[in-house]
Design a protein around this ligand. Structure first.
Ligand code: HAM
Length: 472
């Protein structure tokens, strides 16, 4: 029997920390009843005017698509060259996946997740990042039994309830790679190299900032030291830092408040607290990068926003003289050697990166790097009158089937309008078929650059066009 209970149209609650208290991510009875209560506070469904896209979420309109295709092609080309396979994970996951991986105190979990209780009572979240789902999939599919390392990449939307601003959205897209089962520093280097090449080959100059967060034991010693240092300056730091001091001292190094900068500058550096193995690991990563002439900056304040990182962390910043621009992270990543085990898998070292696609596009535009439009047709077919339209349609199919990139607009009547479209699309040639051409059994081929026109027999048009395009 279908359930006749009337369900509210929007099952989510509107605001507030978005994860259930229960460690398995299932909503407690209390949590469920709170969710129902919260529904009273929901905004009513709008019934007037044209619905708009949500704040911080954007349509990717046709004129933007060439940037997306260009970047995606670069990602495909580099991942194929370095032996990465694609893995797609669902956009919706159990909330506990992110709470257990990113950490309860992380900004993403504390403030930014799009979480809701689904109709089955499950606490679910629109993925805010790609690493945890990749780890889950690696474990779920028993990939530990494959020859290691397992190298995979992903591309897709991520959701974070942030305050939207330039380059910061509530839905953004990431291209990311993750490598499982290789603890060696050369793997960190390969991942960093890939991120570096990605931007370099797109024409964007970057600066790679690197740090090491050590293993859990050296980090512990460092956190105590950092705590002591900041506690002695407690009356000079901002309210946010006071909160961080109590909850997650490493994030003190993330503070952007002007007043806290001198204190941060003099704070102890984690590299001075690394044990021999962690220090060695970092040195070897840097040596490999030197060999490959990948430029980097050692940044002792780089901590990243998720709890899962161990040892190498890095961020790809814009190489820009303007200090504000130089703070823009185009991508980031690092090693997370404990996460697979933490999520129930066999101990497996891993590392990877995530790159924000929208930020790459903003840079391409700012630097006026316009990708070649791969949709530019070789040929446009223009026609006048019904008989010409039918013949043009047949020629179109013939050309398309033999690999010519043809375009046409068969519903347009006037020749002028069709030639305007051909121009706008940047077609190399336009084939014109009017009433006279139908009677004569010919077509007119016009070179759109030189304006030269040539009359060719209709039956020979296909082979003539292919010859002109060098496709025979
Ligand atoms: P993340 O630094 O949080 O790392 O995000 C990666 C990149 O996504 C950022 O550097 C930025 O370019 C872009 N990004 C993040 N949030 C937004 C936003 N609200 N709007 C626009 N772009 C944004 C991660 O997500 C890790 N999972 C990366 C990783 C992979 N670490 C190891 N493997």
């Amino acid at each position: 029997m279908p359930n006749k209970t009337k369900k509210p149209a929007v099952p989510a609650r509107p605001k507030g920390p978005s994860f259930a208290k229960a460690s398995d991510g299932r909503p407690s009875a209390k949590r469920q009843s709170q969710t129902v209560d919260a529904q009273a506070a929901l905004k009513p469904l709008s019934t007037k005017g044209t619905p708009q896209s949500l704040r911080g979420m954007r349509d990717i309109v046709p004129s933007e698509q060439k940037y997306w295709r260009h970047i995606y092609r670069k990602a495909e080309e580099l991942t194929a060259a370095y032996g990465f396979e694609r893995l797609d994970t669902p956009i919706l996951e159990e909330t506990s996946l992110f709470v257990r991986s990113a950490g309860k105190q992380s900004d993403v979990v504390e403030k930014e997740m799009f979480s809701f209780i689904d109709k089955g009572g499950e606490n679910v979240t629109l993925r805010p990042e790609g690493t945890a789902p990749m780890v889950r999939a690696y474990i779920n599919h028993g990939m530990v039994n494959l020859p290691q390392p397992v190298k995979m990449y992903y591309w897709g939307p991520m959701f974070r309830y942030e305050r939207p601003q330039h380059g910061r959205f509530r839905q953004h897209h990431q291209f990311g790679v993750e490598v499982f089962g290789d603890a060696s520093p050369v793997q960190d280097c390969e991942v960093i190299l890939l991120a570096y090449l990605f931007y370099k080959e797109l024409g964007i100059k970057t600066a790679i900032h690197i740090n090491s967060l050590g293993c859990s034991s050296c980090r512990q010693t460092y956190q105590t030291e950092l705590n002591n240092y900041y506690r002695s300056k407690r009356n000079q730091i901002c309210e946010d830092c006071k909160r961080r001091l109590a909850k997650s001292p490493l994030r003190l190094l993330d503070c952007k408040e002007a007043g806290c900068q001198p204190i941060k500058e003099s704070a102890p550096h984690i590299v001075d607290f690394l044990d021999e193995e962690c220090k060695n690991h970092l040195m070897r990563v840097l040596e490999y990068l030197d060999d490959l002439q990948v430029p980097y900056v050692l940044n002792p304040h780089l901590v990243r926003g998720f709890d899962y990182y161990t040892r190498t962390v890095f961020e790809i910043m814009l190489a820009d003289e303007n200090p504000e621009q130089a703070q823009v992270a185009l991508g980031g990543g690092g090693r997370y050697d404990n996460l697979v085990e933490q999520l129930g898998g066999r101990p497996t070292p891993a590392c990877g990166f995530g790159i924000g696609v929208e930020r790459v596009i903003l840079q391409l535009k700012a630097q006026q790097i316009e990708p070649q439009d791969d949709r530019r047709p070789d040929i446009f077919l223009a026609q006048l009158g019904d008989a010409a339209r039918r013949k043009a349609f047949m020629l179109f199919e013939d050309l398309r089937a033999s690999g010519v990139h043809a375009s046409a607009n068969f519903s347009k009547g006037a020749l002028k309008g069709q030639l305007e479209i051909a121009n706008r699309l940047g077609a190399k040639y336009t084939v014109i078929l009017g009433q006279k051409e139908v009677i004569d059994g010919t077509v007119l081929i016009r070179d759109m650059e030189s304006g030269m026109q040539e009359i060719v027999l209709y039956d020979k048009a296909g082979s003539e066009i292919k010859k002109k395009l060098g496709k025979v």
